[in-house]
Design a protein around this ligand. Structure first.
Ligand code: T4K
Length: 361
């Protein structure tokens, strides 16, 4: 990657020496995978850092969603949002369930709880909202709807490490929360993810599903698969975890600086974030039109700056993989939203340069 190019993100990485130090233990033990000591340590440290009851770390965030569906033994329709990464929907489909799209709130960009009930049928088994860009969904209204209709709730919490609701980690909500520890996330294991639950029996089941459905005697007692995280990846997570608070604090500062720099531009909109609860993991900006977005994107690209169109297009329009269901709000916002570069090593001057280009158009 060229030094002067600015991408939408960059992984937050601990100093290499600290990672290597942890890896020495892996080499000494010769245990590379199968619920090794570093995987167990990472789960313990994340549970304690985020005050979670149970976390099962897995090989990626997509598998985490699939495992959540499998663990809850869901078969039927799952109401979800079209304003997401395709993984939310492919995970539902891979588990032989049917995604039903509920439109989003134009301000929070999360699923619109007021539109969920109209989509419930006798085939509905669960609701799968996404905490978009780490901004908490309306977890209370969603829990009330689920309870009323006897539905499960799985949060796609891929972006939500570091977000909270009423002082608790946002990962504690829903029957299961599925998070991502991908390279582009606030805390990363290169590839990785996790399932979080407050239910001990469900956690034990998730751990069996992750490991081919084995019980402690290696008898196959579940319909499992391979969702294991390796020791090499867990080592990276443990090294990076030391810097997690710094990364979180830095994101917030940079997010606020962007807002300060862009506040005076007319015709742009920002996600309505829950201050003090979001993790500020992305900086989305919503333009008045797609035409304006394309103009800005082109100007930034010309200066070697590469923002990303998260999430475009709206997933309900991917008609090669899903049946089209109209979601006008998501379809409209998807065309007008751009995520600006946001990562630990991004310089103040680079943020200023980006905003200067945007305001000049
Ligand atoms: N649910 C939601 C709502 C999600 O957003 C995601 C994933 C998932 C579920 C599934 O979780 P995982 O199975 O992925 O754990 C990225 C990520 O691949 C994906 O994890 C993420 N969401 C999605 C929103 O974004 P791309 O296609 O943007 O990645 P890429 O390679 O273009 O990277 C973006 C920029 O980051 C690059 O321009 C440079 C930088 N980068 C990237 C990587 C991979 C690096 O500097 N180093 C790297 O190693 O998808």
């Amino acid at each position: 990657m060229s030094d002067n190019k600015i991408f939408v993100t960059q992984p937050s990485l601990a100093p290499l020496e600290e990672y290597v130090e942890i890896l020495k233990g892996v080499w000494e033990r010769g245990i590379l995978t199968h619920n090794g000591p570093l995987v167990q340590q990472l789960e313990k440290d994340l549970e304690s850092k985020l005050n979670l009851d149970y976390m099962t770390v897995v090989s990626n965030g997509t598998i985490a969603i699939q495992m959540a569906i499998k663990a809850l033994e869901l078969k039927g329709e799952i109401i979800t949002t079209p304003f997401t990464w395709v993984a939310t929907v492919s995970a539902i489909k891979w588990e032989d369930c049917t995604p039903v799209f509920c439109d989003i709130d134009p301000d929070t960009l999360n699923i619109d709880p007021a539109k969920i009930e109209a989509l419930i049928t006798d085939k509905t088994v669960a609701i799968m909202p996404v905490h978009v860009f780490g901004n908490p969904c309306d977890v209370e209204t969603i829990a009330a709807i689920a309870q009323k209709h006897n539905l499960k709730v799985i949060y796609d919490a891929a972006h939500a490490i570091g977000s909270s609701y009423e002082g608790r980690s946002l990962l504690n909500y829903g029957d299961i929360s599925a998070t991502s520890l991908h390279a582009t996330k606030l805390l990363n294991t290169a590839e990785g993810g996790g399932c979080i639950t407050t239910n001990a029996a469900l956690d034990a089941k998730l751990k069996r599903i992750r490991f081919f459905g084995h019980d402690e005697n290696k008898d196959v007692v579940e319909d499992g698969f391979n969702g294991k995280l390796t020791e090499v990846h867990a080592a990276l997570g443990l090294a990076n975890l030391k810097y997690y608070d710094e990364v979180l604090e830095d994101r917030k500062k940079k997010y606020q600086y962007y807002r300060e720099l862009l506040n005076c531009i007319e015709g742009v909109q920002f996600q309505d974030v829950k201050v003090g609860e979001t993790n500020y993991s992305y900086f989305p900006i919503i333009f008045e039109s797609e035409e304006q977005l394309l103009k800005v994107e082109k100007a930034l690209n010309t200066s070697d700056i590469f923002p990303r169109r998260y999430f475009y297009p709206s997933i309900n329009t991917y008609t090669k993989v899903v049946a089209y269901q109209a979601c006008p709000v998501s379809e409209d916002i998807s065309k007008r939203i751009l995520c600006l570069p946001l990562f630990l090593n991004l310089e103040k001057e680079e943020q200023e340069k980006i905003c200067k280009i945007i305001s000049s158009l």
